[in-house]
Design a protein around this ligand. Structure first.
Ligand SMILES: C[S@@+](CC[C@H](N)C(=O)[O-])C[C@H]1O[C@@H](n2cnc3c(N)ncnc32)[C@H](O)[C@@H]1O
Length: 198
């Protein structure tokens, strides 16, 4: 009797990224630049941002498919052609981004805070993630980070301040305000703007 073996981690990763390419790349068309929101949730912020910035192609990603679907419904109701939401992790999206396509701005708004020290490795704002992100970001392009969890803000500020690929801006204005779901629940929050160093 022949045994059917489970796919390996690498096989599952390859399969997932192949499926992501099949969904995402046709939507890119011939665009060479995109504005990315990582962890876009229900899509409130990026839908409003894309409405106000028709010249930008905006891509919101989230690992929860129901949130992506809610974002897509908002996009369709608003009839926006410069906006899409994709079911993907940040790591996978960056891995499948074609050569020659770059990011002109990144928003990370109220990411999961992972308060317990043993879970800090799950936080998005990590040295290695920011290194990979910088390889796909235009020189000087901004990264906008906002959180209501003060210890995460301090952690992220330290990671960015000591990173060779990002420089924290001083007294920079937030470019566009529109409340996210998590922002509406937050009594206070802090924001950070950094720019990609060529
Ligand atoms: C706390 S929620 C905030 C959602 C939205 N930004 C807001 O402010 O309402 C964080 C979101 O990030 C998503 N997320 C977590 N890790 C992610 C990753 N590696 N790539 C993409 N999305 C991620 C989660 O599924 C969740 O929807």
């Amino acid at each position: 009797m022949s045994e059917i073996s489970e796919p390996s981690f690498q096989e599952r990763l390859d399969q997932r990224r192949a499926e992501l390419k099949a969904v995402f790349l046709p939507q890119l068309k011939d665009r060479r630049t995109l504005t990315l929101e990582v962890g876009a949730g229900h899509g409130h912020f990026l839908t409003a941002y894309a409405t106000q910035h028709p010249e930008r192609f905006c891509v919101g990603i989230d690992i929860m498919s129901d949130r992506v679907n809610r974002g897509l419904r908002k996009r369709d109701r608003a009839r926006l052609e410069n906006l899409t939401f994709i079911h993907a992790s940040a790591e996978d999206l960056l891995a499948v981004l074609p050569e020659g396509v770059s990011l002109d701005g990144i928003f990370i708004l109220f990411p999961d805070p992972w308060p317990k020290r043993r879970h800090w490795k799950n936080r998005l704002m990590q040295t290695e993630f920011l290194r990979v992100l910088a390889t796909r970001t235009q020189p000087g392009a901004p990264l906008y980070f906002r959180t209501d969890y003060a210890p995460y803000f301090e952690y992220a500020r330290e990671v960015v301040a000591t990173h060779s690929n990002w420089k924290i801006g001083s007294n920079e204005l937030w470019p566009f305000e529109h409340q996210t779901v998590f922002q509406s629940r937050a009594p206070t929050y802090q924001s950070l703007v950094a720019h990609c160093v060529p």
